[in-house]
Each structure stands twice: as C-alpha cells, then as structure tokens.
Design a protein around this ligand. Sequence first.
Ligand code: ADP
Length: 985
Amino acid sequence: MSVQELVLKQRTEILHALCSSGSAEHLEQVLDVLLAEEELSWEEYQNVQVPGRALYTNARQLLDLVYTKGVDTCGLFLAALKQVLPEAKGVGFSLTGCRSSLEGKEEYQSTSSQTLLTQRPSLVRELQGCTDGALQALLISGLFTTADCDDVRLPIHTPSQQARRLLDHVRSKGESAAKTLLQYIQQKQESGSTPTQEKPTPPKEFVKYQKKLSSSVSAQSCFLSTYGGTSHMSLDDIYTEGQLELGHDCADAHGSLGLEDIVGTAGTVNEEADTVLVSGEAGSGKSTLLQRLHLLWARGTALQDFLLLFPFSCRRLNSEQRELSVQELLFQHCCWPDREQEEIFQFILDHPHLILFTFDGLDELKQSFSDEHRLCCPTQRAPVHVLLFNLIQGSLMKGVRKVVTSRPEAVGPLLKKHLRKEVFLKGFSPSGIDCFVKKHHSDPAVAAKVLGSLQTNTALLGLCHSPVLCWIVSQCHKELLGCGEGSPQTITDVYLMILQHFLQRQSSQGSTAGSGWLHEHLQTVLHLGQLAFELIGTTCYIFSGADLETCGVTEKDISMGFLIQSKDMSSTRSKRYEFLHVTLQCFFAALYIVLSNNTDRSTIPKLFELKDLKETGLSSACFGSCLPSTYQQEGEATAAETPNLQITATFVSGLLSQRHQSLWLHCCPSAVMEKRVRQVVRCLSKGMQKHFKSIPQPVEGEKKSMHAMPGFVWLIKCIYEMQESRIAKDAMSKLEVDHLKLTYCNIGPVECTALAYVLQHLKNPVGLQLDNNSVGDVGVEQLLPCMHICNSLYLRNNNITDEGIRKLIAKGIQCDNFRKIALFNNQLTDACTQHFSHLLKTKQNFLALRLGNNNITAEGAKQLAEGLKFNHSLQYLGLWGNKIGDAGAEALAQVLESSNTLVWLSLAGNGVGSRGARALANIIKNSASLEEIWLIENCITRAGVECLIQALEHNTHVKSICLRNNDLTPEEVEEMTQRESRLIF
Ligand code: ADP
C-alpha cells in the first residue's frame, strides 16, 4: 500500500490520535515539523491552522491537503506523526512504510528568518518558559510594541502556543527581529541557564505579599481541625502518609507516590492541562493532605517552584454570593495585599507557572462542573463557580497549576477531559495505621493496647484504613479497650462509639451506666440531627447562627464538640459552624431520621431511592436559599449529593440494626422503630431486586454474569451495617449468577468485609471478579469468609503482596470450590510461590493459576515446579511479564513434560532464551494436552525455534506457539512461518 493510500485508509485513526485529547498540541507539533521541512508553505499553514475553528476541522483540512500534495508529503506527514506521537502504534494505526526519520535541515540557514522556520520544532521547545525574556529583548530593541507583547502573552494560550505566536510575530516583523530573537536564544544557551528554569526577580511588594500569604497559610494549616475541641493537635505531630496511587491504566502506575509527586510529572495524561485531581472517598484524608501541602509550602520545605499558593475550600466558596473577578477571588478569599495590588496581580498573570491554586472538596460545591460558560479575562466578574470551572479548564489563568480534591462520584467525563492527571488517595496502609495510632498516643503502652485490640478484630482493622475512622477509633480508645466482646464491627458502631465518647466526656455526672446515655442527651442529638438532616440534601455544610437557631441548637449543644467554628481566610463574617467531618453530619442526619417524630413516612424510602430529601415535607428556611432552582433536578439528588445520601442511608441501616435496639428504649416508641426497620429491610430488598433484574440472560454456552452497577456495593454495605444474616441470606437467595463482576468499583478493605458478609450466603459458587480495585492484603483477609463460595477469584491490579497470598492460600486450600485465581499486576515475589506450590500439591482439582506481571524469578519458578510435580489438575499457567529466565523455564518444563492436564502456558516477557525454548520443546514432544504456548517478548533465537519446530513434528495437539518479538531477523521469521504454520509471529 502506498503511503498516500495509508493516509486515506487510516484517516479516522489518525484524526483520533491527533485530536482525541482535546488539545491542539499534537496537531500543532506536526505542523511545526512540516513547516520546518518546508513541506507546507506559509499560506497552506495558515489555511490549516485557523484560530477559533474546531480542532477536528483543522486536522481534517491538514489531511486533505497532505493527501492532495502526493506521496512525498504523505510520507513526511506520517514520519512527523511518528515523531510527535511515538506511541501512536498503540492508538490503532500502523506507521509502517513511512519514513523512519526526518532528515533535519542544516543547523543555520542563509537568513535568520529561514532558520526560525527550519528550526521551528526545537525553537518552540526552547522558548517555553522564556517567552517573557525574549519579548523583553524585542521590546528593548524597538522591534516589538507592547501590543505585540500582549498579543503573544494572551493567557488563553499554553506556553507552547505562546512560543509559536512569538515566532509567527517575529516572522512578520522581518529579518532583524528574527536575528534579535536568535541572538537572545544563543545568549541564553551560552550563559548555561536553560530557559525553562528561568526564575524572575519579583518586585519588592510582591515579596512582602508572598510573606504575608505564607504566614497566613501556615497559621491556617498548622493544626488539625478534628482535634479542635479537645486538644490542639499539630499537624506535624499527627500527619501520617496516606497511600497515593496513579490510575491503573497509567504507564507509570507502579511505585508509591510522595506528596510532591502530586504536582510532578509522573502520571501526566494531558500535558496541556493544568489541573491535577486528587480523588478519594469521604474521610480518606483529602483535606488533610492539602493542609499538609499548604503547610510545607508555607514553611519553605516543599513546592518551592511556586512563589505563591492560594488555598480555597469549595465548601466556603459556596457561601460567596457576589460576582467576583479572579483578582478579587484571590485577594479577598486568601490574602489581601497591603499595597500595589495591580503590580502584584500583573506579576501573577505574567508568571502563571510560578503560582499554585488548591481547591478542596469540589464535590461539595453546589453546582456540578460544566464548561458551558467560558471566561478568559481575569478582570471580568462572574459567579464564583463560573470562575472556578474556568480556572480548572485553563481558559482562565492558563499555566497556573491547580490541585483539586473531590470524591470520585462527583468527577464526570466532562471534568476528566480537563485533567492533567488524576491521583487516588486510598487511606492508610497497614503500617500507616500503626504509625497513626502511635502518633496519636504519646504513651506507648496505650498505643500498643489499641493496636493489639485492632489485631483481634479484623473488621475494625479494615475500617481503620479510612483515616477518619482510624481517628475515631484512636480517639475512643478507652471505650474500645473497655468493651471486650462487643467491640465495634461496623461503621455505625464506630460512629456510635464517638457519639458516646463526646456526650459522656461533657456529662456532669460522669458516664451513665448501660444504654441510658443516649436518652440523657436526646435533645442535643435531635437538635444537631435536625441541623444535619435539613441541610445535607442541599449541599450545605456551613451553618449560620440563624440555621442553628431554627433547629434549636443551643450553646450547650455546640459545646459537645461535634460542631467546629468554620475557618475562613477572609473572615469578617459572623460565626459560622460546620460538623467536624462531613460523615459526622451524615451520621447525625441518620440519627434524626431514626429518632425524630417529625420526619415524614416517605423519608426512608426516598433516602434509599436517593431522592432529594426536601420532598419529604420538611419545610426548612435553608432549602430555598441553599439550592439555586436551576440546580434542582426533578426529585433526583445531584451527583454531589448522592454520596452523602448514600452514607446517611448506610448509617440509617446500621442504627436500625437489632443490635442497637436497647439504645433506643425510652428514646422512641418501639412500634415506630419496628416500622422503620421494616421500611429499611424492604428498601434494601427492593434495591437488590432492581440490580438482579438488570442481569442479562446469558448467550448460549456462556455463563450468566452480573456486572455490578453503581449502587450495588453501597446496598451490600447497608446490609452489612444491619448485621443480620437473615437479611443477607434473603438478598442472596434471589441472586442466580455464575460470575459476579465488580471491577473498578473502588473496593477497599471496608467494602471487602461487607461483600464477604453478604456473598457468603450465595446459593451457588461464583466467579468473583474484583480486578482494578484496592483490595490489598487487608482486603484479602476480609474476603476469606466468602472464599468457599468462589470458584474463581480475579484480583488483578489490587496491591496484594506475598503476605496477603499466604492468608488467601491457607484458606483456599480448605475450600473445595476454589479452582482458579488471577493475580496479574500485584506485588508478588518469589516468597509467595511456596504457598502456590503447597496449593498445587494439595488441591488436585485446581485449574488455573495466573501470576502475570509480578516479580517472580527463576527461584520462584523452581518453587512452582516443586508443586506442579505432584499436581494432576492444572490447565492454565500464566507467568507473563515476570523474570523467570532460562533457568525458570527449564525447571517448569522438566515437570510439565509429564502433565496430562496443562492446556495453556504463558511465559511471555520472561527473558527466556533458546536454552529455555529447548527445554519447553520437551513439553511439546511429550504432552498430550497442551494446546497453546505464549512466548512473545523473549530472547529466543533461531536455534531455540528450531527445537520448537522439531518438537511440533511429533505433536498434533498444539494449536499455536506465539513468538512475536524474539531475537529473529525478518528473513528468519518468514522462513519459520513457511516451515511451521502453528508458529505465530
Ligand atoms: P476527606 O477530606 O477526604 O473527607 P479529611 O482530610 O477531612 O478527609 O480527614 C478526616 C480526618 O481523618 C481528619 O480530620 C484527621 O483526623 C484524619 N486524617 C486524615 N488524613 C490524615 C493523615 N494523613 N494523617 C493523620 N490524620 C489524618
């Protein structure tokens, strides 16, 4: 096929590769190359690159042009594409046949203007970060006017676009401008400073402002608010690293991330975007992480590439009613400059890459993200959410880095389009829990006791992965250590523990014996409950004095410590309050739903259907003012509200559990309670039914499979909170599937506990697919109670180590149904292979072991071989992407050659050479069952393949041996394919 045909045939794929990121950068880079190669004239370039026209239209124009220009241009175009998008192979089109490299022009041409053209791609790179300096030089030489400079610096452009505009302007000014620019760049290079590292000297007032801002940020961030009421706990004393991860499909997803990596390059998916998203569940530590970043910056110990850091809380921005400009937003909400506001703001505009904005809790903003209302002028006023959305997209203050936190539910595809990268905060690791508890308790004996009691209660240990629960558990250590048998199991138990702790701490008579403590403080609970309930459905998390009054909240209620005074950097307002944590607000809302006489009968059903609670007939003064009518959807909760309503519903389930019945005695008539319990049970059952109804009938010959829809895991958690096996049994009795798929469902240890509790009641064994979650070793342990019902367990990409495997296998061996496991992409080493070896020896009905992409070497392979020696059942063995080498392949081959069951073997990407291939040939010679072998991406040479061919002569069972990407020349590949059609290259 000629290159011209190639361009035509792959048009859709090329367009996708160039434009799908939404950024014009790839297209512009290709144009740079074509201009430099003089393959496009200046006029042609301008016809393609029409500012303001849709990106796809520009790209199509280029493809049309290139095609009509003929074979040479098409060849060059494909070569340019290959240079700009080296990974384009993976995008789905082939670049074979295109020129492998571009010729590159002589370094310097006869005129400077020509040099600007022929060196355009490298000049665009060099000028990024030093356009200011270059413009200064051109201004001083009188070749540029200030209007020219402003035009280049338009903030809607990315740094590379600014560099291109600069080059285009210089070109239009003629030879002397081109000469001046080249001289400037040469000087920069000679002075040794790479232009991108250029740091300007800020004006004096700016430096003063910087000091004022950093001392204000430092003061705001040095204490942790959850400790406000009790003791002042400094962040330094308590901060514990949480687990930060990149997306699973990210190329550099491996290894742990540090705080500074949040703004670093790792995991970048869109170079042109400025916004980094940190996502995590409620209580996973997002606000605390930002607080830590703020403090480190203010102290000068991190993020020192940024001269200014502006911290915002979306919760607080909700109450800003005025329209503001960006300048007003920065100065009024973060820190007021004493003098020279304009000069300071101009410096910010001129040096966006030296500025960092953080926005905490995007999910708490009343409005959902939208990119409809575009704004690009930093002095134009707009409602705060419009400013925020434009900042996030980069249409405002392009180049300023922004870090945004949110719960995952509130992040839609619209927002994802504008993200530089996404980082997931997964709470504490097992050692993090240990470290946190030790920091929390200065007395090592107490810390040891708390940790000891956690070790004996794995459900509670699982919960402690969530920092907010870890905090509660530590905070309530006296209650925890004193409760013996009844130690907390569920999230509701943990929150009841803190409720009791706070109420009794304030109690004048000391603690009330038995369950009377709730009755004693019922009024406080109802006041705070009403406040929480009325405002939770309206995305209101900050309460005014008037709100408190409406709900009857008294000074005494406030003094209990559940409410804290809202911090506000611009605080000139009267006192405002918020709950210690949003989950505590949900808990109080749930208490109100359970205990109050004033709630409507439909409250519980509506809550479980996630309908807006304002429909329940409770008229509240706040509803109208908190939720602008344009954002009210027909009875349905918005994306931002849903997680809070879900958490509230989970608490309602937990509070109505039989186990807590004695608490409600004297607080609420038992008939009312019983009715509410029945309502919840009915809602859970109905909710489950809805999910089961969505299961499609299986295609003939395939298994019946259920792919969990959003909300399924939440219902499972509600059932767990009730702790009544009757309900779990009932729910599972109606689920008839062979395969349960729960991939990408944010499943961590807490969810594993609930899943195991419910799934253990399944009637028939299932394949449980939990790929791409955060199960981890603790989650694995939580899953053990349902192992007997799993015939296959898929745990790809789940951060599991050898320790998790040890526990899993110890249990798996006892489970007759358990026959298949997939552990691709975890953190397994040779240390886990002894357990698998034991499993293989012991379980003579085990069918599939897949351990791809871990760290297993020849030693591990030898261990596995030991087990395989005694196994007579294994059909699938997958070790793709480990490091077993020739020695490992030999060890496996030696035992597998006598296997009568093995059907499929993968040793792809394992550093296997011809020695290994020779050994594997013996399996082929002797096996009567093997059908497929994967050996791609190894280093097998001709000699090794010869052995495989010879072996195949004696074997008719083997259907294919995949050998792509080994050490063979194209001629050898051709020849081998001719000789043996079962070899696939
Ligand atoms: P989120 O913003 O994700 O809802 P928070 O940051 O508010 O979670 O965390 C809730 C509570 O958990 C904090 O108030 C604190 O007590 C505890 N916590 C969270 N992260 C950490 C951490 N890294 N180190 C110590 N405590 C933490």
